[in-house]
Design a protein around this ligand. Structure first.
Ligand SMILES: Cc1cc2nc3c(=O)[nH]c(=O)nc-3n(C[C@H](O)[C@H](O)[C@H](O)COP(=O)(O)OP(=O)(O)OC[C@H]3O[C@@H](n4cnc5c(N)ncnc54)[C@H](O)[C@@H]3O)c2cc1C
Length: 368
């Protein structure tokens, strides 16, 4: 695009915002990055990254620092609540030629992205007002300071302030699950990604390497319980080993509800939404980070491959829509299977589970 350098503001320093900052810097741009929190928040939880996340990290030239982290996941084992096998997905075959699947502590990916962003993140700063100008954006920050930009990128998560300030959409919709997450350090040895599927609830064990185990559990619902650890033990205490032992070792658990964002458009004037601000889904397919990383790659390519910001935003949205729509629709499909009684679901998964679960990622194997 002619007329460089563009003045760009990235709002939010989560996975999407830091990845966008990285991608833009590699394209020769120098974005301002602001984050509402006063310091980086590094939650003690895990993250599972499917093969397309590895490809996006490679395109951002961040595969080197990520490769030593966490653990490569070669297959996914699905069991019923009694521990009887239902099916297995061969991840090496599914993502062949795309990238390795990896599980790692969230904080470690965040640190890589923070370093990779390559510039200052202004913490404790958030926009209070956005003014759409004929060829730019006026931003008033909460401390009363103002600035003008050629482009504002809202990477401020599912409850995006940029989204509402730019009149692109309102609050997220509940997606229907209460989710529990925790990391166990001195628990039973678990070396494989293992999901135990119950009725409208499930318990997932993901090894993070170095003896750490990430636990992710969910149940149908929209209201988090007052005593999450008690509720977790009540729900899953009767599941097959090693779940009860893992529950005993779990000291702390984060609880939340899943949310979904579905918008008719992602930009207005020169304000664009990326990551969860634009297309959050329930984390059933573990595609949130991958989508955010892909967004960053495609945004930088769009800005450098077109001759106006408006054309870049249109090109960006038309490339990203099919993949994020696919994730949303497959996530909904998979969540609907929770309501199928085990007596019907389990024989189906024993016969065709590997094909059904593998199929959920079909479009995402294709190049961006
Ligand atoms: C329970 C759960 C488990 C998940 N597990 C996985 C997984 O295993 N694999 C996976 O790929 N994805 C997973 N996801 C999804 C993934 O977390 C998100 O898709 C991903 O983090 C999106 O990143 P983001 O940067 O768009 O949003 P966020 O991570 O929400 O980051 C937004 C950032 O913006 C900041 N911010 C907010 N408002 C403002 C403001 N007004 N001004 C400035 N800054 C602001 C926030 O503080 C935050 O730092 C999971 C999600 C949940 C809820």
């Amino acid at each position: 695009m002619g007329g460089f350098p563009l003045r760009i503001l990235v709002v939010g320093a989560g996975i999407a915002g830091l990845a966008v900052a990285r991608a833009l810097r590699r394209a020769g741009l120098r974005p301002d990055v602001t984050e509402r929190l006063p310091a980086p928040q590094l939650p003690d939880t895990g993250l599972y990254l499917p093969g397309n996340a590895a490809r996006a990290l490679r395109l951002l030239d961040l595969d080197g620092p990520v490769r030593p982290l966490g653990q490569v996941i070669h297959r996914q084992r699905f069991l019923d609540a009694c521990g009887e096998p239902l099916c297995e997905v061969d991840l090496d075959a599914l993502w062949a030629g795309v990238g390795e699947c990896r599980a790692l502590p969230w904080a470690e990916l965040h640190r890589v992205l923070l370093t990779g962003a390559g510039g200052e993140v202004r913490h404790g700063v958030e926009p209070a007002g956005i003014d759409l100008l004929p060829s730019g954006v006026g931003v008033t920050f909460a401390d009363g300071t103002t600035a003008e930009y050629d482009l504002v990128v809202g990477a401020d998560g599912p409850r995006s302030a940029v989204r509402s300030l730019a009149a692109l959409g309102g609050a997220p919709r509940p997606a229907g699950q209460v989710v529990y997450r925790g990391v166990v350090r001195a628990g039973p040895p678990v070396t494989e990604w293992t999901a135990l599927l119950g009725q409208r609830a499930g318990f997932l064990l993901v090894p993070l390497g170095a003896g750490r185990l990430y636990c992710y559990a969910d149940e149908a619902g929209t209201v988090p319980p007052a005593e999450p650890l008690t509720r977790l033990r009540e729900l899953f205490g009767g599941y097959a080993p090693p779940v009860p032992e893992v529950l005993d070792a779990l000291e702390d658990v984060r609880v939340g509800v899943t949310e979904e964002v579905e918008l008719g458009r992602w930009s207005r004037g020169r304000v664009l939404l990326v990551g969860d601000a634009a297309h959050a889904t329930a984390p059933t397919l573990s595609q949130g980070a991958a989508m955010a990383l892909e967004d960053a790659v495609v945004l930088a390519e769009s800005l450098t491959g077109t001759d106006s910001v408006e054309a870049a935003l249109a090109a960006y949205e038309s490339r990203r829509r099919p993949r994020t729509r696919w994730v949303r629709d497959r996530t909904r499909d998979r969540n609907r299977t929770r309501d199928v009684p085990a007596a019907l679901r389990d024989p189906l998964l024993r016969g065709r589970g590997a094909r059904i679960f593998g199929e959920h990622y079909r479009l995402l194997v294709d190049p961006l």
